[in-house]
Design a protein around this ligand. Structure first.
Ligand SMILES: *[C@@H]1O[C@H](CO)[C@@H](O)[C@H](O)[C@H]1NC(C)=O
Ligand SMILES: *[C@@H]1O[C@H](CO)[C@@H](O)[C@H](O)[C@H]1NC(C)=O
Ligand SMILES: *[C@@H]1O[C@H](CO)[C@@H](O)[C@H](O)[C@H]1NC(C)=O
Length: 476
């Protein structure tokens, strides 16, 4: 069934779904018990050893007693997907995800500063009586729904905004000058909360545990890495995440097996010679010539050393040195970026960039230091979809939106810090379209004109929830 048709039929049959799911939609806590307690021993998985990350709040909620009968989705069927989609497109969820997205959109916070965003998420989790651990990676949250036992499957959203001034005039425009959710992370958070609501409603169906990861600092590059360091993936055997895409119409889901997004690194080289009068160049050591030779030679790495079938990029984007037209300067600083789709190609580019700069500098009697900002973690490995996890996403997507609305997408040279998770456990990253010409949601991420079609939010929530529940169903 294709998505628009299914959605229409669900809206028409909304009465049916509200009746069917209302009993689980809002579990009412009995008056004499407060099921939420603060319990430091509730954290799933072994305690981390590092003394650095000690102060976790662990809010534990004892699970509600399971309903008496529900053979419902013992074996996954299209009806189960439709049930999830029904919950997602119910007015309550639609309103919830839209409100959350708008609140976060109006109050964007940059990498590792997502305190209010994180608070808003935790308030929602509290309201839904969902257990979580906080903080991981300063503002991150690891929440969980299900049996508390294996298997564990993770779904992830990023929370940070960008240092961009929003240029879209609308009711929920960013209230913070110079900051904007221009990459859809507000929508990603809303979708994951929508999924949490759906999964909580269907908790009695879960044959294991869904871990919800709300991570900081995707744009800064080390949010995912620090989440992993703080135990985000403990016990987790598979992980999934979504990104909105202006390249596909609303309602389309896309992904591909294998390499999806490039590994991305930056380099900065300082080439040092010896300053001197330009009229007598033999008394100086010229770093301009050495740096120029290095730039030319860098172009030979991809064109002469890389397999043409294995896309790679080396771009020099910065070249600075000297400000006196009569002097040869001491140093030239040049830098740029490099991309590749396999770990091997990526690290071999890194190695060759270093060698080429250092050795070209030495041809002209200069020395060179090359920095790849490894400490700052601006190196992202490639995002590689595990074949089986990709296949899982494809199956789920086809059930939700129909075969004609699932697309195998080409790989892209952009990067995503989801790659850090994909290096640790089998992972799949997928897109959900937000393009709508009428609304004007046609701008690329990181544009000040970036707009999303909010109709995507329930579908994103349904995709997350189905991926997680069905994974447990088929691996539990
Ligand atoms: C732990 O967190 C609590 C509440 O946020 C705070 O009062 C306390 O000072 C923190 N302790 C440490 C060791 O950081
Ligand atoms: C990628 O290569 C680097 C450097 O050789 C290595 O440290 C890392 O473990 C590799 N990752 C994977 C997933 O192979
Ligand atoms: C685009 O948005 C408009 C306004 O919300 C809506 O009427 C239309 O159906 C949407 N088009 C698609 C292809 O989703």
């Amino acid at each position: 069934m294709d998505f628009p048709r299914l959605l229409v039929s669900l809206l028409i049959s909304n009465v049916f779904f509200s009746v069917l799911f209302f009993p689980f939609a809002e579990p009412i806590p009995s008056a004499d018990e407060d099921r939420s307690i603060i319990n430091p021993s509730c954290c799933l998985g072994p305690k981390p050893s590092s003394a650095v990350r000690k102060n976790w709040t662990c809010r534990s909620v004892t699970p509600a007693s399971p309903p008496i009968t529900d053979s419902g989705c013992a074996v996954w069927s299209e009806a189960c997907s439709e049930a999830v989609l029904g919950l997602a497109s119910g007015p309550e969820t639609v309103e919830l995800v839209r409100n959350i997205r708008r609140k976060i959109h109006a109050n964007p916070e940059l990498a590792f500063e997502e305190f209010e965003t994180s608070k808003l998420i935790r308030d929602e989790l509290d309201r839904m009586e969902i257990s979580y651990k906080y903080p991981l990676a300063t503002t991150g949250i690891r929440a969980w729904i299900g049996t508390g036992g294996p298997p564990f499957v993770a779904i992830r959203a990023d929370m940070d905004a960008l240092p961009i001034q929003e240029a879209v005039e609308w009711e929920h425009k960013s209230k913070v000058a110079g900051k904007m959710h221009a990459c859809g992370h507000d929508a990603h958070v809303a979708m994951l909360i929508g999924a949490a609501k759906i999964l909580k409603t269907r908790e009695h169906f879960l044959k294991g545990t869904v871990v919800l990861l709300f991570q900081p600092a995707e744009e800064a590059g080390n949010g995912a890495k620090r989440m992993i360091g703080d135990g985000a993936l403990e016990n987790v055997e598979a992980i999934f995440a979504v990104h909105v895409s202006h390249m596909h119409p609303t309602g389309i889901i896309g992904s591909r097996p294998g390499a999806l997004l490039a590994g991305c690194g930056f380099f900065r080289a300082v080439i040092s010679g010896q300053r001197g009068r330009a009229g007598n160049p033999h008394h100086s050591v010229d770093p301009i010539l050495a740096a120029s030779a290095a730039v030319i030679s860098l172009q030979g790495i991809v064109s002469r050393e890389a397999n043409p079938m294995d896309s790679q990029v080396v771009s020099v984007t910065s070249f600075n040195g000297g400000d006196n037209l009569d002097m040869i300067p001491d140093t030239v600083v040049l830098g740029g970026t490099f991309r590749a789709f396999s770990n091997t190609s990526f690290y071999s580019l890194l190695q060759r960039i270093k060698e080429v700069i250092v050795e070209q500098a030495s041809v002209f009697r200069c020395s060179a230091m090359v920095d790849f900002f490894e400490k700052e973690s601006t190196i992202y490995p490639p995002t590689v979809n595990d074949e089986k996890m990709y296949e899982h996403v494809r199956k789920v997507a086809i059930d939700l939106v129909g075969p004609t609305n699932f697309r195998v997408v080409p790989p892209m040279m952009g990067a995503e810090d989801f790659s850090f998770y994909s290096q640790v456990v089998p992972a799949a990253f997928f897109y959900v379209g937000i393009r709508n010409e009428t609304l004007g949601s046609i701008h690329t991420g990181h544009s000040p004109y970036f707009i999303i079609d909010e109709d995507v939010l329930p579908l994103g929530a349904a995709a997350h929830a189905t991926i997680a529940e069905r994974y447990l169903n088929e691996h539990g």
